[in-house]
Ligand binder design. Sequence first.
Ligand SMILES: Cc1cc2nc3c(=O)[nH]c(=O)nc-3n(C[C@H](O)[C@H](O)[C@H](O)COP(=O)(O)OP(=O)(O)OC[C@H]3O[C@@H](n4cnc5c(N)ncnc54)[C@H](O)[C@@H]3O)c2cc1C
Length: 357
Amino acid sequence: MEREKKDFDYLIVGQGLAGTLLGYFLIKSGKRILYMDNSHHSAASKIAAGIMNPITGRKFVKTWRVGDLFPFARELYAEMEKETGVRFFYDMNIIRELFNFREDNEWLLRTDFPGYDEYYEGKPDLGNYKGKVKRGFSTIELKQSGRMNIPLLVGTFSEKWKKEKRILTEKFIHKNIFFDKRNIRYGEYKFKKIIFCEGYQAKNNPFFQDLNYEESKGERLIVRIPNMDFRKIFKHKLYIVPLGNDEYWIGATNDWYHEDDLPTEEKYKILKNGLENILNVPFEILHHGAAIRPTNRDRKPLLGLHPEHHQLAIFNGLGSKGASLGPYWANQMADFLINEKPLEKEVNIRRIYDKKK
Ligand SMILES: Cc1cc2nc3c(=O)[nH]c(=O)nc-3n(C[C@H](O)[C@H](O)[C@H](O)COP(=O)(O)OP(=O)(O)OC[C@H]3O[C@@H](n4cnc5c(N)ncnc54)[C@H](O)[C@@H]3O)c2cc1C
């Protein structure tokens, strides 16, 4: 009996957003899962805004695979809300300020492209932001966007799974893996596979060293702006994201080179001054945080098996868009693990190994 309790189908290393979503699908399919998570302070899932934005960047490009990813994510978040009784997802339009004629023109050209009209409102409406924010050259309003409360989702499932004794709060030590003929052992535990969902800490994983990781450090503020009741996301030089109770997420910075993973005085000032330059109303800073986004060179998720040790797998690379990318690709990863359904080439880590041959 005791022996059976230490036998699992899968060990998932890391219970951030990636590990949570993947584990959700595996548990739903009846798989026996154990998690190991060291609750690292610079895990991206702890401070992300969770914005889901269908049209991004200076060129107003539609988010990659938006037509597949967004409906799938919405449906999954609704299902997870129903299961837990906790609300994670908020439908919110994004008001985006454009800053010059060139941007405005670029946007106008884009709106002629097929399939764009379902993602923007004909007449932008600032709502409660009117008179409270500095304006740019022109304004657009995006729809089918929203905010997914990533820290709450991860925290809710962490609590639930801790009660179900599925999570060990400890650091996984890679050199303690022992390969059996068919299984894999770690201390007193036995698994069919270990799946690494370590976020940016994958860089320390000796089994998956060659995956072109890049780290993007982000810092953000949580502020109180009393009695404004802003309901939409506002994208100026920074994002203002309503969290409820007069609190707002402000961010974020993006640093490809950084000395450590801690909040810095320099970025605090940039965010504070940046917000002062946007708002015409007072605010109070409640919290300043930093974390590292798990990014890689081609900006596509990283799914697949180790080329030699097929008992080891990875699900990572959600970058700066975990809320949109996570559900669809976690489902695909689960289907691959359970039913051996092939992974799409664009996300399979074999794309990287093949190039290096
Ligand atoms: C400032 C900021 C703003 C962001 N805003 C958005 C946004 O608006 N929209 C959006 O979609 N995304 C956003 N993101 C990105 C989003 O946070 C990530 O895509 C997502 O959270 C990544 O999740 P993950 O599980 O891969 O990694 P992580 O969140 O880093 O989780 C990895 C987990 O693995 C654990 N772990 C690692 N190694 C070990 C080990 N050896 N042993 C045990 N445990 C281990 C860690 O403790 C951690 O809990 C933002 C990120 C940042 C930093």
